[in-house]
Design a protein around this ligand. Structure first.
Ligand SMILES: *Cc1c(COP(=O)(O)O)cnc(C)c1O
Length: 406
């Protein structure tokens, strides 16, 4: 009995210590948080990384005082370290790790009930679009797609049964910018839940919870993981109350991230700042180089002063990221570039150590009709480049030879 009490006392003091640590951690800069997040040392052994707890269940010494974790779908110490890590970075109450970005996004949408309505940015990620239009519609959830860069359109979509607003900024592939604070302020007046896909910026450059967002979502497959070797999703709630609701959904659906992948993701996340800084500098140089070429029809990058969302982006983010889209004039020319490039991976996905060149018309946006694609600026000559960690001079030289003489 005394052993159990000791166990309880230990847990209480451990959680008090945890809260105190969280408080002082929260005041630190993001580069420090990326390294000192709580899971950088294993408290039991001093090991310099959190152990991979490859276990599905946990022995219960005393069933009246169960251990912190009892079954790995409900909770696993390796996953907990990752979940606390992302919550710290985003400045939210609770973090959650899922098997993929889509698992995180799908689970979050199940906070809604049948008969409710959600307002969604029209250039939402393709997988999210598919979830909304082929699955959630069957659950009798109503969806309005709007141009989120236009607050009047967002306001005009309000219905008596509207429950939530879903944002993605910058959006894919034309990097449109939503005024996060303006949307959340309006949403709060109408008691709407706000969700934001923060994949492109990561908490390193943009922390939506500080701007009033309720739930932040990530495809951690991209910049957070950073090495094109792990598929993962993360979510962070602003409040503990929302955290409890999301926890119940995570446990019910069970699409959790396994301990090995949790560890791999944390391993990648530690270098997020170094990677984001390097790639962003290169992207700025590349954007400048592309701007100087007469054979490039259009460039989409929020770091360019002429980008229509530039000022709003600057007001809500500390960086521009490293995804840049540009129009080389025609489908044939785009194909020529894709055939000729030597350095980038030609693939879907983004946010990795290697540069990734993708062709939205046949890759991420193939399901969209050509007419809708054209309306959204996804023309046949559009290429999207995720700039990696190569020497930027080499990337530019490679693109130059691939573009040829136009
Ligand atoms: C890739 C991506 C997703 C989906 O994430 P997965 O990890 O592939 O399931 C969601 N949103 C954005 C913006 C993405 O780029």
């Amino acid at each position: 009995m005394s052993g159990n009490q000791e166990h309880n006392n230990n847990q209480t003091s451990a959680s008090a210590r945890h809260t105190a640590v969280r408080g002082s951690q929260q005041a630190r800069g993001l580069d420090t948080k990326l390294i000192h997040f709580g899971g950088e040392i294993d408290r039991a052994t001093g090991a310099s990384s959190v152990p991979i707890y490859q276990a599905s269940t946990f022995h219960q010494e005393d069933i009246l005082n169960p251990p912190l974790h009892d079954y790995s779908r409900s909770g696993n110490p390796t996953r907990q370290a990752l979940e606390d890590y992302i919550a710290l970075l985003e400045g939210g109450a609770d973090g959650f790790a899922f098997a993929s970005g889509m698992a995180a996004i799908s689970t979050a949408f199940f906070l809604l009930s049948a008969g409710e309505h959600v307002i969604v940015t029209e250039d939402v990620y393709g997988g999210t679009y598919r979830l909304l239009t082929t699955i959630l519609n069957r659950m009798n959830i109503e969806i309005s797609f709007v141009d989120m860069t236009n607050l009047e359109q967002v306001k005009g979509a309000l219905r008596p049964n509207t429950r939530a607003v879903y944002m993605e900024t910058p959006s894919n592939p034309t990097l449109k910018i939503t005024d996060i604070h303006a949307v959340t302020e309006w949403a709060r007046e109408h008691h709407l839940l706000t969700l934001l896909d923060n994949t492109f910026m990561t908490p390193y450059y943009q922390r939506p919870i500080e701007l009033g967002v309720d739930i932040v979502l990530h495809s951690a497959t991209k910049f957070l993981g950073g090495h094109s070797d792990v598929l993962a999703g993360l979510a962070v709630t602003r409040t503990e109350q929302l955290g409890k609701q999301l926890k119940q959904l995570q446990n019910s659906f069970g699409s959790v991230l396994g301990p090995q992948d949790c560890w791999l993701l944390m391993r990648g996340m530690k270098t997020l700042g170094a990677r984001m800084n390097h790639s962003e500098k290169s992207t700025a140089k590349l954007a400048e180089w592309l701007s100087g070429r007469s054979d490039i029809q259009r460039i989409y990058y929020p770091g360019l002063p002429e980008h229509p969302g530039h000022e709003i982006h600057v007001s809500q983010s500390t960086g521009f990221g490293s995804v840049i889209s540009f129009d080389v004039g025609s489908g044939e020319r785009a194909k020529q570039v894709l055939d000729r490039v030597q350095l980038p991976l030609v693939a879907v996905s983004l946010g990795a150590v290697e540069s990734i060149l993708s062709y939205p018309p046949t890759m991420s946006h193939a399901a969209m009709g050509a007419g809708v694609r054209a309306e959204r600026g996804i023309t046949d000559g559009l290429l999207r480049l995720s700039v990696g960690l190569e020497d930027v001079e080499d990337l530019i030289a490679d693109l130059e030879q691939a573009l040829g003489n136009g």
